[in-house]
Design a protein around this ligand. Structure first.
Ligand code: NAD
Ligand code: LMR
Length: 331
C-alpha cells in the first residue's frame, strides 16, 4: 500500500465507471467515507462517464465536494477511459446498461460487451500494474472475461466479477429464515455465474457455529432458497422499476474491502478467471469460495462436492461457455 515518508499513507487512485449512474451514486459515498479502503487511506477519485452522462457527473462531483470528505484528496471527472484509469490502484467497472424486466442478464452482452473491450485496453495502457478490478456491469462474469482478454499485460487474477451481492442475498435469506441477524451467518457462498444458474451453497454455512444444514430443511435450501437468491435481481426490477443499486454498491464495497484489507478468515464469493479449480475450464470467470489475505485472492480448494453441487457447477460451466462463445470476437 503506498505510504508517504512522514508515516501517513499517500493517496491511492480509485476509478469508477458509470459514476453518474444509480450504483455510482450509492458507491461513491461509501468509498469516500472510508468504508472500502479504510478510514486512514486517502483517495483520489477518478470518475468515468460517457459524454451524455457528463452533465450528471458534474452534479455528482459538486455533491461529493459538498460532502467535504477528509479522505478525498482530489476528484477527476472525465469521458476518457485512459484518464480515468491512469495509475489506478482499484477499478470498479460499473458503467453499462441495466436490463429491463423482460430480459435475462445475458441478453445485455450485445449492448455491454463492447464497452469492456475498450476499457480493458485502456486499463492495460494506463492503470497501475498491480490494479485490482471488480466488474459489476452485466453480464459481469463475461464482461470481466472481455476486459481481462483485452489487457494482456495485467495478470488475469487481477480481474474479478461481483457475486458478493448474491452471497449477501443468500445470507439475508438464511438469517431471516432462522430469525437471527445477518452477522451470525457465515461461510455461505456462490458458485458460477451471476445469472439464474448460480449455486448459492449452504453446505458449509454456519449460524453461530451451528451448520445451516442442521437448522434448515434441505428441500427449502435446494428449492425456495436457491430460487429466491438466483432470481432476486429480477424481483427487484419488477418491484422497484429499476435494478438493484444500493445493495449492489454495498456488495461492491464488501468485495473490494475484503480483497484490499483481507477477509479475516471468512469464505467470500468472488468470480475470477479459473485456473482449473474444481475442474472448471481455465479462463472462465467463475465464482468460487475464496479467502483474501495480503491483497491476494486464494480459492478454497478442498471443499467436498456432492452430486447436487456438481450438477449446479456443470450448469454454470455450460452457461459461461455459451456466453464466451457469443463474445468470441471481443476476446
Ligand atoms: P445506470 O443506468 O443507473 O447507470 C449506468 C451509468 O453508466 C450511466 O450513468 C451511463 O451513462 C454510464 N455508462 C454507460 N456506458 C458507459 C461507458 N462505456 N463508460 C462509462 N460509463 C458508461 O445503471 P446502474 O443501475 O448503475 O447499473 C449498472 C450496471 O450494473 C448494469 O449493467 C447492471 O445490470 C449492473 N448490476 C450488476 C450487479 C451485480 O450483482 N453484478 C448488481 C446490480 C447491477
Ligand atoms: C442484480 O442481481 O440485482 C443485478 O444483476 C441486476 C439484474 O439485472 O438482475
Amino acid at each position: 500500500m503506498p505510504s508517504a515518508e512522514n508515516g501517513t499513507k499517500s493517496p491511492i487512485r480509485v476509478a469508477i465507471t458509470g459514476a453518474a449512474g444509480n450504483i455510482g451514486y450509492a458507491l461513491l459515498w461509501r468509498i469516500a467515507s472510508g468504508d472500502c479502503f479504510g478510514d486512514k487511506q486517502p483517495l483520489i477519485l477518478q470518475l468515468l462517464e460517457i459524454p451524455p452522462g457528463m452533465q450528471r457527473l458534474d452534479g455528482v462531483i459538486m455533491e461529493l465536494r459538498d460532502s467535504a470528505f477528509p479522505l478525498v484528496h482530489d476528484i477527476i471527472g472525465t469521458d476518457d477511459p485512459e484518464v480515468a484509469f491512469n495509475d489506478a490502484d482499484a477499478i470498479f467497472l460499473v458503467g453499462s446498461r441495466p436490463r429491463t424486466k423482460d430480459m435475462d442478464r445475458a441478453d445485455l452482452v450485445a449492448a455491454n460487451g463492447p464497452i469492456f473491450v475498450g476499457q480493458g485496453k485502456a486499463i492495460d495502457a494506463s492503470a497501475s500494474p498491480n490494479v485490482k478490478v471488480i466488474t459489476v456491469g452485466n453480464p459481469c462474469n463475461t464482461n470481466a472475461l472481455i476486459a481481462c482478454a483485452n489487457a494482456p499485460t495485467i495478470p488475469n487474477k487481477q480481474f474479478t466479477a461481483m457475486t458478493r451481492l448474491d452471497q449477501n442475498r443468500a445470507v439475508g435469506q438464511i438469517a431471516e429464515q432462522v430469525g437471527v441477524p445477518a452477522s451470525e451467518v457465515s461461510d455461505v457462498f456462490i458458485w458460477g455465474n451471476h445469472s439464474n444458474t448460480m449455486y448459492p451453497d449452504p453446505r458449509f454455512g454456519k449460524v453461530n457455529n451451528k451448520p445451516v444444514t442442521d437448522l434448515l430443511d434441505s428441500n427449502w435450501l435446494q428449492g425456495k432458497f436457491l430460487d429466491t437468491v438466483a432470481t432476486r435481481g429480477k424481483a427487484i426490477i419488477v418491484a422497484r422499476g429499476a435494478s438493484s443499486a444500493a445493495s449492489a454498491a454495498s456488495a461492491a464495497v464488501d468485495h473490494m474491502r475484503d480483497w484490499w484489507q483481507g477477509s479475516d478468515g471468512r469464505i467470500v464469493s468472488m468470480a475470477l478467471p479459473s485456473e482449473g479449480w474444481y475442474d472448471v475450464p481455465e479462463g472462465l470467470v467463475f465464482s468460487f469460495p475464496c479467502r483474501c489475505e495480503n491483497g491476494e485472492i486464494i480459492v478454497v480448494e478442498d471443499l467436498a462436492i456432492d452430486e447436487f453441487a456438481q450438477k449446479k457447477i456443470n450448469e454454470n460451466v455450460q452457461a459461461l461457455i455459451e456466453e464466451r462463445e457469443a463474445v468470441s470476437e471481443l476476446l
